[in-house]
Design a binder for this molecule. Structure first.
Ligand code: SF4
Length: 276
């Protein structure tokens, strides 16, 4: 189909399979009669990921923009596919985020780890210890979007080699040590079980969602370091107060402390899977 030319991989899971994945939204409430979930995936160029926030450019804007644009293009492709399915009498809804609980990455993109199990359920690859979707072609360097549909479609399954090397680089690279290598969580997806490092959600939120840690990417754009310790617990009042310590241009001029944050998921960047 020409309207899917930007899509690198497609997977399909039944709604029944997806709803059994922990932290899933109630899909049949979103679309009564929904039978299948289609996942559309596009690769993010290896070179852009490799250079994000690293010498010689020390720039993260290209990566941040490419991540955003890749998600947009998958969403448009999902919308085109929804129109095509509507000609066949099926009702479909494109969705970016299926997680019941998660914090978006600053800038408004969905939490990749929280959504990865749904892409794994659609047979696109495996879950790494990082909790991210790994594919044999691209490792974790991809983004995806979902299309929930009333069409009853055959499920796709991953039959390739084991992908995660269990090297622990994802945990080591995290600037706030959010991944706990001593605590493994078991997660059931379809008829398989995966292990992932437990993620300290507050620490990850602090760096990825609130943009409070320069090493996570904000040093690239030169924002002032809020210089606050990484918390293990956070109330919403504390979130509001902490955000006031961000760069004065973000806080006072734009009146939006999350404006123009550069966030590079270091766990994704260092993963060796799929690299040539
Ligand atoms: S960095 Fe290593 S341990 Fe982490 S997901 Fe990738 S291969 Fe697995």
């Amino acid at each position: 189909m020409p309207f899917l030319s930007q899509v690198d991989k497609i997977g399909i899971a039944s709604v029944e399979t997806v709803e059994k994945v922990p932290n899933s939204l109630n899909l049949r409430k979103i679309l009564p009669g929904a039978k299948s979930l289609i996942v559309l995936l596009a690769h993010i160029l290896d070179e852009v990921v490799k250079l994000a926030g690293k010498p010689p450019a020390e720039d993260g804007v290209s990566y941040t923009f490419l991540r955003y644009q890749t998600i947009r293009e998958m969403f448009w492709a999902a919308d085109d596919l929804a129109r095509w399915l509507s000609l066949k009498g099926e009702c479909s809804i494109p969705l970016l985020d299926l997680a019941l609980k998660s914090f978006p990455t600053s800038g408004g993109t969905p939490d990749l780890r929280a959504n990865s199990p749904f892409a794994v359920a659609a047979g696109l690859g495996e879950l790494g210890l990082s909790g991210l979707l790994l594919t044999p072609e691209y490792g974790p360097r991809q983004r995806f979007c979902f299309l929930l549909t009333t069409a009853e479609l055959p499920e796709t399954a991953y039959n390739g080699p084991a992908l995660c090397t269990k090297c622990g680089k994802c945990a080591d690279a995290c600037p706030v040590r959010a991944l706990d290598t001593k605590k493994l969580e078991k997660i059931s997806i379809g008829n398989r079980e995966y292990l992932q490092y437990a993620r300290q959600e507050t620490r990850c939120r602090w760096a990825r969602s609130l943009g409070m840690v320069p090493e996570a990417g904000n040093f690239c754009i030169g924002w002032k370091d809020p210089k606050l310790p990484v918390p293990d617990k956070l109330t919403e009042e504390q979130v509001k107060e902490s955000l006031q310590h961000k760069d004065p241009i973000q806080v006072r001029l734009y009146r939006n402390p999350l404006c123009m944050d550069i966030i590079i998921e270091r766990c994704l960047q260092v993963c060796p899977v799929g690299k040539i």
